[in-house]
Design a binder for this molecule. Sequence first.
Ligand code: SF4
Length: 364
Amino acid sequence: MRLAEIIALRPLPAAGLLATLTRRCPLSCAHCSTSSGPRGEDTPARALRRFVGGFTAEDRPEVLMLTGGEPLLRPALVADLAALAAAAGTRTSVLSGMFFAADGRVPARILGALRNVDHFSASIDVFHEREVPRAGVFRAMHRIRESGIAVSFHVAGTDQDAAYLADITASIRSEFDDQAAVLVNHIRPVGRAAGWAAARTVPLRGAEPPGPLRGTGPEGASATPTAPCAMAAWPTVAFDGTVAACCNQRVVDGRPVPEHLRLGHIARDDWAAIRRRCVESPVLRTIRTAGVGSCADCRSLARRPAALEAAERSGARPAAGAMDLLGARLQHDAGAASLLRRYGSDRYAPLVLLGGPGDEEESA
Ligand code: SF4
């Protein structure tokens, strides 16, 4: 499965499920949006297996995206979830910080787990490179790719003019002969980057970027014009099993999750219930089709009863569901690069198409 396919599905309500498996990570990168480190919560494994095991051929997400922290600290769980998802027809993607790749090798337990997945992405940026050398990551990615798994890179930089971004994207294109897609985003002031990234980043035109880019939205940018939020389309499983309506890190980590952004819990709800709430919530429909302001405005909606009521009313109109699906379909059809021009790095957005048939012209 290509990265462009996954990203193009991002605006479609309930087309994907983002699941964090653990906040733990052997690395301690300075920009980590989830503030991950050697200690942290593990998402309850039994509840995750039960929840993903509840997917059916008739009612399932197209994509299950496993992330963390470092999801490959739980390789057996990755393998089990991918197998359960595949039994219902759902494809699985894994995003890793490549903690295991310093010497370029892929441990057998990790390669074994990845044989069950349909896509594998490596995070790489100036902070990861301080902990895991680029050469090791590249060698490991070749090994994974040779196993028949589609691979891509998730690259982050402070802004699109950063020299690092020019260097790393050229390096990946050359090393992988333009056969590995690259998703580029900008580091945002959330998680461990909250203290230092605010003054150095460029605001996005819209809300929080796609799942792999979570934690990098225009936090606190109350001047951000109201824009439809495509990120309110995929349920996100938080570290404690709560299911949020979006991947905004403050929503995923904050307790309580604002009621209009809370879809349920994996220990108590099944996929059908979570999907129904995601698709049918009037407030989420308004967020997806019209927007309610910046992420900060959206999170605080419950403290503004008149605005919340207006969002509910608007999303409950008879045509709201059809408009929601039409808008999502149009964004899907516009493709992954178009979405990343809004939510990722405008300049590098076409690189998400690398490795795909007929995409050479746009990504050149
Ligand atoms: S907080 Fe609201 S606007 Fe921000 S990503 Fe979540 S749903 Fe979208």
